[in-house]
Design a protein around this ligand. Structure first.
Ligand code: PGA
Length: 249
């Protein structure tokens, strides 16, 4: 499975000028000849503008959210069709920072299928808010995976990615340990296998996000079940982001 590294720029990049500079630096510093797919997710207005200007081939573009409807009276929304027509090819759905603002699993499920219909590659984020001694968080993950994937057809197993993002490790100084991440990823795959069977479950790419940096990227690489990384802060520093690509590829 081709590895995937996705930079979530969040609201950290303040202007088109800043975005241009960062993109240029990433493109320049990116290691040559790596097979890893590299995606950046700027805020939507910048994503469209940067995509239009980017002449290179090595970086793909995503956004941080989308809406599930493609037509009608929905002021302020951006549809998956809009994104696709602006040359965007990936989209995060269900990021915990969106869920904190009201996105439910059901909304995430609708966003994911809408993205697939527009031929975008959705990256569906799931992860527990906190851990408990008894392992109840496993059932939280299971419920969220089942509900967030509920509208996707098993035949589309290879057309989206699941990002395991433990909310308690996002924006912190320390990531989850590779063992903890791998265990949760195994559990997510088992959940998908329960839904769709093992063969389809093996086709789903599952990546890790939350406090990824160049140092821990090398450790995550050792866990073969982790097929990619989703750094936030570290993706807004060209040196650090390309070192993550280098370390993980
Ligand atoms: P972080 O963000 O790398 O800054 O922890 C990750 C994310 O929220 O996707």
């Amino acid at each position: 499975m081709i590895k995937l590294i996705v930079g979530n720029w969040k609201l950290y990049i303040k202007s088109l000028e800043e975005g241009k500079k960062l993109l240029k630096a990433i493109d320049k510093k990116m290691p040559r000849g790596v097979k890893t797919t590299v995606v950046v997710c700027p805020p939507v207005a910048l994503a469209a503008a940067l995509r239009r200007e980017y002449k290179g081939k090595r970086i793909a573009f995503g956004t941080q959210d989308t809406f599930w409807e493609t037509d009608g009276a929905f002021t302020g929304q951006v549809s998956a069709t809009h994104l696709a027509s602006a040359g965007i090819s990936y989209v995060l759905v269900g990021h915990s920072e969106r869920r904190a603002l009201g996105d439910t699993d059901e909304m995430v499920a609708k966003k994911a299928v809408s993205a697939l219909s527009a031929k975008l590659h959705p990256i569906i984020c799931v992860g527990e808010t906190e851990r408990d001694q008894d392992g109840k968080f496993f059932s939280t993950i299971e419920k969220s995976v089942k509900a967030s994937l509920s509208r996707i057809e098993p035949k589309d197993a290879g057309k989206f990615t699941v990002a395991y993002e433990p909310v308690w490790a996002i924006g912190k100084t320390e990531a989850a340990s590779p063992r903890v991440a791998a265990e949760a990823i195994l559990y997510i795959r088992k959940t998908i296998a329960d839904m769709w069977g093992r063969e389809k479950a093996m086709k789903v790419r599952i990546i890790y996000g939350a406090s990824v940096d160049a140092e821990n990227a090398a450790l995550f690489k050792e866990e073969k079940s982790i097929h990619g990384l989703l750094p936030g802060r570290a993706s807004t520093d060209a040196e650090e982001f390309t070192n993550i690509i280098r370390a993980f590829s």
